[in-house]
Design a protein around this ligand. Structure first.
Ligand SMILES: C[S@@+](CC[C@H](N)C(=O)[O-])C[C@H]1O[C@@H](n2cnc3c(N)ncnc32)[C@H](O)[C@@H]1O
Length: 210
């Protein structure tokens, strides 16, 4: 995956502020082996710190995969905190469940299996302290709508891949580029959000629900 931060700076951040324990490193290894995506360690650690700072208790993730980001998130939550994470692929969800048990966060994490567009309308509005969008890019705008509705006032909206390998600003485009561009513009101009973008991983959008 392309990185947008100087290589040496990135290595320094990973060695100092974003080191993984055995379980996180093993999930990352399983993702690599199966050629599956996961956020970078520095994005994971940033989200972890942000959720701790904001005192988040109820978090929603769209796109579990093998549970790498979910473990960073769940570990930021207090004892009575909960992470609901949506995954449509049963085999990935099964693997994620195993990792949650190995990471001892299974009591906090619930996998909501199925298509996000089927699950999201069943969730209570204004309930979540944070929503992390990291699934199919074609549906980002709809996830933005749901995310904004599901978040409480001052809740945090996060979205990965907003650089989309650099195509968000380049002349050329790949599948998903148009949707990512629209998503970024909508999120940054949204009357109910205050957004910023960090060059972590493939671009991480962070917004406050006003
Ligand atoms: C980028 S990966 C998630 C990575 C994960 N957040 C992490 O960093 O460890 C996206 C996941 O979303 C799932 N997904 C894609 N489209 C979906 C949909 N419409 N509903 C639910 N899950 C979906 C995919 O199966 C995939 O496992």
């Amino acid at each position: 995956m392309a990185n947008f931060v100087d290589e040496n700076a990135l290595a320094f951040i990973r060695q100092t502020a974003a080191s993984e324990d055995g379980v996180l490193a093993a999930i990352k290894g399983a993702c690599r082996q199966q050629d599956l995506p996961s956020i970078t360690p520095e994005a994971g650690k940033f989200i972890h710190v942000l959720l701790g700072l904001t005192g988040a208790k109820r978090v929603l993730e769209i796109g579990t995969c093998l549970g790498y980001s979910a473990v960073w998130i769940a570990r930021a939550l207090p004892e009575d905190g909960t992470l609901e994470t949506i995954e449509l692929d049963d085999e990935r969800a099964d693997q994620a469940q195993d990792w949650f048990e190995k990471a001892s966060v299974d009591d906090k994490v619930e996998i909501l299996r199925g298509k996000a567009l089927g699950v999201l309308p069943t969730l209570p509005t204004k309930r979540y302290d944070a929503v992390f969008i990291d699934a199919d890019k074609e549906t980002m705008l709809t996830y933005l709508d749901f995310g904004t509705r599901l978040l409480r006032h001052n809740g945090v909206l996060l979205a990965d891949n907003v650089f989309w390998k650099g195509t968000a600003w380049s002349k050329g485009s790949i599948q998903g580029t148009e949707e990512i561009r629209e998503f970024v513009h909508e999120a940054c101009d949204h009357r109910d959000l205050e957004a910023s973008i960090l060059p972590l991983g493939d671009g991480l959008l962070v917004a406050r629900r006003t």
